[in-house]
Structure formats: structure tokens, C-alpha cells
Design a protein around this ligand. Sequence first.
Ligand SMILES: Nc1ncnc2c1ncn2[C@@H]1O[C@H](COP(=O)(O)OP(=O)(O)OP(=O)(O)O)[C@@H](O)[C@H]1O
Length: 253
Amino acid sequence: MISLQEVSKSYKSGEGIFEAVQSVSLTVREGTIHGIIGPSGAGKSTLLRMMNVLELPDQGKVMVGGKDLTTLPEKELRLARRSIGMIFQQFHLLNNRTVSGNVSVPLELAGIGKKQRKERVQECLKFVGLPDKARQYPAMLSGGQKQRVAIARALAHRPSLLLCDEPTSSLDPGTTAEILDVLRHINKTLGVTIVIVTHEMDVVKEVCHAVSVVEQGRLTDGFELEVRPGKSDITQRPSYREQLLGKAGMRDV
Ligand SMILES: Nc1ncnc2c1ncn2[C@@H]1O[C@H](COP(=O)(O)OP(=O)(O)OP(=O)(O)O)[C@@H](O)[C@H]1O
């Protein structure tokens, strides 16, 4: 289980202090795919980046696997982070490394031996359906293939949690569906808990078991989902929620 407990984060700017996340508490059930949705600038990415303390909250706790990541000494935090993979909208691959070189990076940083690295890289590439692309460079790949490489890299350490920051926002609808299939497969077959930040209703509708709604740095709603494409029996709710559910063709369960 992952739980954020009353986390807050402010940024200083020329105009003063901006409160990007304000006292948010949120629980992600183990083994689920959890969406975080809301308008642009609402604080979704900041919230996600606090889940692996890429962004250190000013206040509050980040509980992952029974430990508060905000209080862990650096060495322990590094180890804890190995069980948390992350992928991004822009893939963040190293262009001067081959596909297998990219997937190998976290294993190299962890000091894993060459033979073991090679085996694990092959396993991960096979899992995401790219075993034949190992020797190619990112520039030779499509957007969907690049995201698969990023996913393979995120899986290298066998994470229990995968954080996804707008993973399909650079992709066309067909490729989006393929990437969502990969994420669903990871959740189902490996039992990995997945958190997806997205502004796309279809992503929530397709894969999420639960969703949290973030607006202006605050959690304004959260609910379990039953995916019902095409249905319109939407429970009356406050405006943003109505809008979300309506667009996604979902209802409360
Ligand atoms: N490092 C930073 N320094 C200053 N301000 C920041 C920083 N990171 C985020 N912000 C501000 O905090 C607010 C929340 O940003 P965040 O990226 O979390 O929102 P978001 O909901 O993910 O938005 P989007 O959907 O547009 O990516 C924004 O107003 C953003 O400009």
C-alpha cells in the first residue's frame, strides 16, 4: 500500500510562494491501477513525484511498503527507490545508448554483473515485446516503441510500484491503447501496483481501478471505478467529477 499523509509542497517564484500541493492524503491499494486526474497545473505530477521522493514534501509522510520515505537515510532511500519504477511522457531515454544499453542503466548503477544484466535486459525487452530491437538506438524507434523501452527499463529492478507521468500523452490513440495493454499486463501478471497521472479520460476509463481528482493543489474527490464504456447512468456529482465521469462513460460503484 502507498499512502501520502497530509503532504504539502510549495515553490518559490518571483511572485512569492506558490502552494502546488496542499495537505493531500491519498491511499493507493496494493495491486491496483490508480489514476490521478485533474486540470493542467493542478499538482498531479508534483504529487506523483512525491511518491518516490523525487520531490521531497515540505510536510507530511510518504508511506511505501510500511516505511516513511521522507525520513529514510539516503542509502536506504536509494534501495527503497529500486522497488519503484517510473516512466514519463517524453520517455527520457539516452539517445547515445542502444535499447539494451538504456534498459541496462539502472542495473549498472546498482552494480549488477554483466552476465546477470544481459539476462535481465533480455527478459525485460521480451516482456514489453521488443526482443528484436536490443541493438537499435532510440532515434530509430517509434514513440510507442520508445515508451516500451522506458517501461522495460523501469521493470529492470522488478519493482512493486510503477509511477507513470502522462505515459501516453505523446502518443496517438492506437499506440496509447498498446501501451495501456502493456501496463495492464504488468499489473495483472506481475502484480505491480501502478499509479498513472493523466489528463486523458480514456486512460482512466480503460485501465484504472480507482481515481483521485486533484484541483488547485488539493484532492477534491476519489472513487472506485467500474468501467462501462458507452453507458451514461452517471450519478449526479459536483461539476468536475460529473464532467470526468460523463466523458469517460463511467459510474460510481
Ligand atoms: N520545480 C518547480 N518550480 C516552480 N514551480 C513548479 C515546479 N514544479 C511545478 N511547479 C508549479 O506547480 C504547479 C503544479 O505543477 P504540476 O506539474 O504538478 O501540475 P500538473 O497537474 O501535473 O500539470 P500538467 O498537467 O500541466 O503537467 C504548477 O503551477 C507548476 O507551474
